[in-house]
Structure formats: C-alpha cells, structure tokens
Design a protein around this ligand. Sequence first.
Ligand code: 5GP
Length: 113
Amino acid sequence: MNEKTLFQKIADGEIPSDLVYEDDHCIAFRDINPVAPTHMLVVPRKPITRPDLIEEDDETLVGHLFTVARQVASQEGLSDYRLVMNNGAEAGQSVFHIHLHLLGGRPMTWPPG
Ligand code: 5GP
C-alpha cells in the first residue's frame, strides 16, 4: 500500500490542522505558512497527485472543491479572493496531492511571480 500523502494524514487527523470545513469528499484548513490574511487549502480526500492527473471521473469532485471554496470564503467574509491550483514543481507545487489555495484579505497583483 502506498504511503499516505501529507494531506491524507491531515484529513485522517493524524497530523493536526486548523480545519475550517469537512465533508465526505474534501476538507479545508488554514495553510501553515499563509501568504495572505486568509490562506486556506481545499483538499479532496482522494489523493490525486497533480492537476494534470485529474480524470473524467473526478470532474464532480473537483467542481465540489470550488463550491466549498466559495462557502469558506463567505464564512471568512470575503467577496474577492483568488483560487490557485499549482501543477508541478516549477509552477510552485510542493505537496503532491491536489489542493485549491484560497487567498484573500489583501489586494492581489497579476501576473503572479
Ligand atoms: P503547493 O506549494 O503544493 O501549491 O502548496 C502546498 C501548501 O501546503 C503550501 O502553501 C504550504 O505552506 C502548505 N503546507 C505544507 N505543509 C503543511 C502542513 O503540515 N499543514 C498545513 N496546514 N499546511 C501545510
């Protein structure tokens, strides 16, 4: 059996986190190293390695991450925010279990660095 990813361990409660949302399909928790006043990660329980390995069967699940991100943003009182999913190390991915970053609470610039 493959070793659990960091985010599976968080989802299973083996590593503590500041959880803000959970259901049967995903969890949301505060990033340990926030880069904005609000920085959450919305993570499916299913350990998909990177966005380009999302399959057709995952489309409902991935759409659900956006619905949860909207709910969490609303809980935080955010109307404007950024959602980011990094694909691969050069794009900034460091944890190889897909996750949607929810960033808000400060003005954002574009393009990102
Ligand atoms: P990535 O770089 O893969 O797009 O994003 C991974 C994110 O996970 C980073 O923003 C990083 O700060 C966050 N992170 C890494 N380890 C932990 C942890 O143990 N707990 C929490 N809450 N966040 C983590």
